[in-house]
Design a protein around this ligand. Structure first.
Ligand code: Z5A
Length: 212
């Protein structure tokens, strides 16, 4: 039908371990798309500005303690509270560059030992990314970049477990990029992939939902 051929923005997600370069690359992608004249927004999860986001932030800063399943559901709720705005932005033609998404939610909780299917369940029905850019880096190398701060999860042994969980979630929407390369090289590879994806969405690629 004609609705499925609607031109729209692309949902582009960057994922990877702490210090893999997601934040640097997200803002470079945002600027270059903007420079090309595309309508584009830069988002990140957790969104620490909402009420739920403030609870998450205080947990990450080790200021509060929460049960593993409780924090998992808060991270998910933080995506659900943005879902309708996400859909309207995409349908209005705006491309979203999103720094972390449901894959972080599942990888970090499963790395604590929670069942992966249980972790995925609350993500079902969120919008599926058109492209997941996984910035692949050895946990040891990431740890050397600028050093870890004081946030929960910023520990080498835990990051190793997270990386194993991430790689189990790969599907057709994922592209794995070597994040140990110089920033400009990583950027070049990401740009090409993003432009392809934006083009497909402009031509009417239908929106879909997690988890297929
Ligand atoms: N979490 C969760 O458990 N469940 C969820 O559902 C979600 C998240 C969404 C907060 O994430 C924590 O929440 C996170 C996962 C969990 N915990 N951990 N780990 P966050 O996104 O707020 O914070 P972050 O992951 O710690 O992001 P980050 O520190 O901002 O890292 P980054 O964005 O990947 O990297 P960066 O800031 O772009 O770069 C880090 C440094 O490396 C910086 O000095 C750069 O200049 C340098 N860098 C970057 N690229 C390169 C290259 N190519 N070469 C050399 N140096 C580089």
């Amino acid at each position: 039908d004609s609705k499925s051929k609607e031109s729209r923005g692309a949902l582009i997600v960057l994922e990877g371990l702490d210090r893999c370069g997601k934040t640097s690359q997200s803002s470079r992608l945002f600027s270059s798309l903007e420079g090309f004249g595309y309508s584009v927004d830069l988002w990140r999860f957790p969104d620490r500005n909402t009420g739920v986001g403030q609870m998450i932030s205080s947990y990450l800063l080790n200021q509060t303690q929460l049960d593993d399943r409780t924090i998992h559901l808060l991270f998910s709720a933080n995506r659900w509270e943005k879902r309708s705005m996400m859909e309207s932005k995409l349908r209005s033609g705006t491309t979203l560059i999103v720094d972390r998404y449901s894959y972080s939610g599942v990888a970090f909780s499963a790395a604590k030992g929670l069942d992966i299917e249980w972790c995925k369940a609350p993500e079902k029905g969120l919008l599926a990314p058109d492209l997941v850019l996984y910035l692949d880096i050895q946990p040891e190398e990431a740890a050397e970049r600028g050093g870890y701060g004081g946030e929960r999860y910023e520990q080498l042994e835990f990051q190793k477990k997270v990386s194993q969980q991430y790689l189990m979630m790969r599907d057709h929407s994922w592209k794995i990029i070597d994040a140990s390369l110089p920033m400009e090289d990583v950027e070049k590879q990401l740009s090409a992939l993003v432009l392809d994806s934006v083009d497909l969405c402009r031509k009417g690629k239908p929106l879909s939902q997690l988890w297929p």
